[in-house]
Design a protein around this ligand. Structure first.
Ligand code: TXA
Ligand code: MG
Length: 349
């Protein structure tokens, strides 16, 4: 049985005692809930991979409590790395650095590098500080499923797999950290887009520095090879809504959920009404196309809020047994890049 306890001094002590004893514990960060283990302990690390069903060649991010701790576990060389650490940590940023021997080889999938992050979350910081070690933590979901952003979401995947879940309330960002790698004095690769956008990084490092995200760099980040973030239903990215397609899917017996911005809903309101309005001739059939009119904050003007609700909506799709999830293709700019990165990975193609 897995205990869920509210974060306080007593439960944080319980968490770090478990961590010191080589156990795995679920603890919140500001991005998503993490599945934590001592990054210097091989046996503990193996428990993370077992609980998640994670392929052994997918390295974990290592979390430290403060900037000065990074030196114990990794080597900072480039000025650009120093700048990113100085300006963006603690926060939702992971930087790939050459690894030192103190970190378990299993944690980094036997790579020479390690992803380092300083979470900006009081409970996470207190747990790391109290345990006097670095913490390896992937998101606390079964591999390929959406990341949890609350204790109850983490419980769904990790019940009976870990002794303790610390409940620190909802996360702040609800999407995983931006993963970056500095490859020269003038170039930064974004391996996984996130809430810290390419534009944010450019603002800090200056216009002369190349900051790029490209799927062709994905071999540099083993985790990006795998399907991720997926609800049980099939996710399809759409640019427009076609009556014929919906009819075909409904005739195949699918339950369809539409995740789209209010701009998209308004553009396609006739077709949405056709399938959902009880006054239409479709009345004799149960309406199974469910547009999310209850999420009015989905808007092109509010992409942060879209990103923050994505995993929650995916979890809801599972609760409602939706077999098809149609999701609007959003422009891949700013936070839109992070959203579409997660959405594309969830299509299982
Ligand atoms: O926000 C987050 O980053 C959350 C919280 C818990 O910190 N963690 C998280 O971890 O999302 P995970 O394991 O779900 O994703 C780690 C990503 C994977 O895509 C992995 O391939 C990449 O980081 N990564 C980790 N170490 C790496 C390395 N040494 N080189 C390249 N990519 C690495
Ligand atoms: Mg993950």
């Amino acid at each position: 049985m897995t205990e869920i306890l509210r974060a306080n001094a007593t439960t944080i002590q319980k968490a770090w005692e478990l961590l010191k004893n080589g156990e795995v514990v679920v603890i919140p960060t500001e991005t998503v809930y993490g599945l934590w283990a001592d990054a210097t302990n091989d046996a503990a690390i193996n428990k993370i991979f077992a609980a998640k069903g994670r392929p052994q060649d997918n390295p974990l991010i290592v979390h430290v409590d403060r900037k000065t701790s990074i030196d114990h576990y990794a080597t900072v060389t480039y000025d650009l790395e120093k700048k990113l650490i100085e300006q963006l940590m603690p926060g939702p940023l992971t930087i790939i650095l050459p690894k030192k021997d103190s970190i378990s080889k299993a944690a980094t999938a036997w790579l020479d590098s390690v992803g380092v992050r300083i979470p900006d979350h009081i409970t996470a910081q207190q747990c790391i500080r109290a345990s006097w070690t670095a913490i390896a933590a992937p998101s606390a979901n079964i591999s390929w499923k959406p990341s949890p952003t609350s204790a109850s979401m983490a419980h769904r995947d990790m019940n009976n797999k870990v002794p303790l879940i610390i409940n620190g309330g909802n996360c702040v960002w609800w999407i995983e950290s931006t993963v970056v790698k500095v490859v020269s004095e003038t170039e930064i690769l974004i391996l996984r887009p996130g809430m810290i956008t390419k534009e944010d990084i450019k603002d800090i490092v200056g216009e002369d520095i190349i900051v790029q995200y490209s799927s062709k760099h994905q071999e540099q980040s083993p985790g990006t090879r795998y399907t991720h973030y997926a609800p049980s239903g099939k996710v399809q990215i759409i640019n427009a809504l076609h009556k014929k397609t919906i009819e075909e899917l409904l005739s195949q017996g699918h339950n369809i959920w539409l995740i789209a911005t209010k701009e998209f809903l308004s553009k396609h309101k006739n077709i949405i009404n056709h399938f959902t309005n009880p006054q239409t001739p479709q009345d004799d059939k149960p309406a199974t196309l469910q547009p999310i009119t209850t999420f009015p904050w989905w808007s092109h003007l509010k992409l942060t809020e879209c990103a923050q609700s994505l995993y929650n909506l995916y979890h809801k799709c599972d609760d409602l047994h939706m077999s098809i999830i149609l999701i609007e293709n959003l422009p891949e700019k700013g936070i839109g890049l992070a959203i579409m990165n997660r959405v594309k990975k969830s299509t299982k193609e």
